[in-house]
Design a binder for this molecule. Structure first.
Ligand code: UD1
Length: 415
């Protein structure tokens, strides 16, 4: 879906959409597969450009990684400690490959990861934890070389903040390290639980994932398994916000509403109808929406930072205002410029986005500047009168496999 997308707004959405596997689960699982002694199969993985970048990284370090239908087959062992620069720099999650490669090869040469431009995204906590586990870190400009000549050892580490990625790095390193690792202040996102479940099914001993204290008994011999990653709660949130913007009635299937409860609660308070099932939710919108007041994002189970621009997009023409503060990233609302071009009364400053609401949106030419902000422009365009041309859709393809097709299946007119 690279390039541009044209959305004809004003078509209500009806039908059922299946939520695909979570990007934020698949990426760490691909990194974890480097630790496994046998082949790993990940079932029903969406073809995202971030996933393709992970496959390139795996192949560059000597692993076999290939699509088999909708599944991904990965097998090691890795033989090369040099991570490819282009893919590593392009994607933040590339940092997750450092610990497994370091553990298996005693050395990894990598680069500071890039990713979406949503503010500073340092990896200092990943590196601090690995150093405390016996790694030596040398940094020259953007280049990073990590070595662990004597292998990794368990440790007691206190994360300065609840980082999802750093929690995953410690879990991956802890499985390969000698002795027990105790992590305080862990992030509690469900994708972390999914990674722990995968590692434990492979033969790992990870306890406490989903709470802020995780213990890992290393070293573990991990075998390969076949595993189905959890559903993508941000994709489910995107669908819910899309219905809220476009009107209609949609069943969002294959994802427990508990996983994105804050988004559903906000939409319900704003005037949508939400019917929660075990593994699906029905979201409907008929009349005018109300502004949602003051919203803040945070670590799970709070409103996800990734969902913030999507929720904003759904409420752009609501009666009454919404103020969203993102407490996780510094510059989440790069999409505000596109919202404004569509006639929305919005004001972004730093971590905050104010939506005054009220007026109708009209189609415009806009540009996606990051993954979720790009999806938010699509959501806004669904609720606008006329055509919106969205450039920069390669950002959207990082995290959605055929968002246009998925919404098209519900009645949206997207090219
Ligand atoms: C993951 C998700 C991303 C989501 C984010 C927060 C993946 C692949 N991506 O990103 O979609 O938006 O969680 O839920 O799972 N921090 C540091 N130093 C570090 C690490 C993090 O200061 O070493 C800070 C970050 O700058 C940020 C905060 O911690 O302010 C949270 O970041 P983190 O949870 O690490 O995000 P990611 O794991 O990169």
């Amino acid at each position: 879906m690279g390039g541009t997308m044209t959305v004809q707004g004003g078509c209500p959405l009806y039908g059922t959409a299946e939520v695909p596997a979570a990007k934020n689960s698949v990426l760490p699982l691909l990194a974890a597969s480097v630790l496994c002694s046998g082949p790993v199969r990940l079932e029903q993985v969406p073809r995202l450009s971030d996933v393709e970048d992970c496959l390139s990284i795996l192949r560059a370090v000597g692993c076999a990684a290939a699509w088999e239908g909708e599944d991904l087959a990965v097998s090691g062992p890795p033989s090369c400690c040099r991570m490819p620069l282009a893919e590593t720099a392009r994607m933040r999650a590339s940092v997750l490959f450092a610990a497994p490669l370091l553990a298996r090869l005693g050395r990894v040469e990598t680069a500071l990861p890039g990713g979406c431009r949503i503010g500073a995204r340092p990896v200092d906590w990943h590196l601090m934890a690995l150093e405390q586990m016996g790694a030596q870190v040398a940094q020259a400009g953007e280049r990073l070389v990590l070595t662990a000549p004597a292998g990794l050892h368990g440790t007691e580490f206190c994360l300065p903040g609840p980082s999802v990625g750093a929690t995953e790095t410690v879990m991956l390193a802890g499985c390969a390290a000698r002795g027990k690792t105790l992590l305080h202040g862990a992030a509690r996102e469900p994708e972390i639980f999914d990674l722990a479940q995968f590692l434990n099914r492979c033969g790992g001993r990870v306890q406490g994932a989903g709470t802020d204290e995780i213990t890992i008994e290393g070293p573990c011999t991990l075998r390969g398994i076949s595993y189905r990653p959890m559903p993508d709660r941000i994709c489910a949130s995107t669908l819910a916000c899309a219905v809220a913007a476009a009107r209609g009635w949609v069943t969002i299937a294959g994802c427990s509403p508990v996983l994105y409860a804050p988004v559903l609660d906000i939409l319900e308070r704003a005037g949508c109808t939400v019917v929660r099932g075990q593994d699906s939710a029905r979201v409907g919108r008929m009349g005018t929406l109300r502004g949602a007041g003051y919203l803040v994002t945070g670590g799970y189970p709070d409103l996800a930072t990734d969902a913030a621009p999507l929720v904003a997009a759904a409420l752009l023409s609501a009666e009454g205002s919404t103020l969203i503060e993102d407490r996780v990233f510094e510059a989440r609302f790069g999409c505000a410029e596109g919202f404004a071009a569509m006639g929305a009364a919005v004001k972004a400053s730093g971590r905050k986005l104010r939506v005054e609401g009220g007026g109708p949106l009209r189609g415009a030419a806009v540009t996606a500047r990051d993954l979720r902000g790009g999806a938010a422009l699509v959501v806004a365009a669904l609720g606008a009168q006329g055509k919106t041309r969205i450039a920069g859709c390669e950002y959207i393809a990082r995290g959605y496999a055929g968002l246009g097709e998925m919404l098209g299946g519900l009645g949206a007119r997207i090219e």
